[in-house]
Design a protein around this ligand. Structure first.
Ligand SMILES: [Zn+2]
Length: 226
């Protein structure tokens, strides 16, 4: 496997043991040393939060269920299947959008029956609209605020490549080819290492984006107290 891809795969797998969320202040922090096993509660973590300075329980971030998805991304990269890496990276993003929306709903003390119904009866695009309505920001604005200016542009590129594959069954991307000085044409080029690299980097950046956006929306907001 390409050395760069290998390096990025390792960085991706490392994420799962790096971030955690404080039960008290809701800040998601990248610091593996905070994940101290709680001797009284096997399988749980507890430590002094670097944000609120309280000794609290900590939850793994991103959710543990994503570990399996990360592993399949790495396996697909090892098998030299950039299209699978790309499709799965896009899936990670959608799972995290779900988690973000659920957080926004939950932290406003919404009845869980209503929250569950919103989650199961809305598609990805509607979820983005609800996130925009609650936060007052588009996905692009949220990404910018978290310091990831290019995240949504890359998301769009990944989506275009994925859709081309889903609709035509061919893992290619359009590439502009210069013929002579003034003329160029567009040809279809097979996906390669650079596409796998882009998708893995996107996932790493997306997790950082979500960590910051989760932190930004970590407080519980009571409807009658502003
Ligand atoms: Zn805290």
């Amino acid at each position: 496997m390409n050395e760069k891809i290998k390096e990025r795969c390792e960085a991706l797998l490392a994420l799962i043991n790096d971030y955690s969320e404080c039960w008290s202040c809701g800040q998601v922090i990248r610091d593996a040393s905070l994940l101290v096993p709680d001797t009284l509660n096997p399988g749980k973590y507890r430590s002094v939060c670097t944000a609120c300075k309280k000794e609290t329980m900590r939850t793994l971030f991103p959710p543990r269920e994503l570990k399996h998805l990360f592993e399949i991304i790495v396996e697909s990269a090892e098998m030299n299947r950039p299209i699978l890496v790309l499709v799965l990276s896009r899936t990670v993003f959608e799972v995290m959008i779900d988690a973000l929306l659920y957080r926004l709903i939950e932290r406003r003390y919404t009845d869980s029956e209503i929250g569950d119904s919103v989650m199961s009866n809305t598609n990805y695009h509607t979820k983005l609209k609800i996130i925009r309505d609650i936060t007052g920001k588009t996905l692009k604005d949220l990404a910018k605020k978290a310091g990831h200016d290019k995240l949504t542009a890359t998301l769009e590129e990944l989506t275009n490549k994925r859709n081309a594959f889903l609709h035509e069954g061919i893992a290619t991307k359009p590439e502009k080819v210069d013929l002579v000085s003034k003329f160029s044409t567009v040809r279809q080029k097979p996906l390669g290492d650079e596409d796998a690299l882009q998708a893995i980097k996107f996932t790493i950046d997306a997790i950082d984006f979500f960590a910051k956006t989760f932190s930004e929306n970590g407080n519980w907001i009571h409807p009658f107290e502003e």
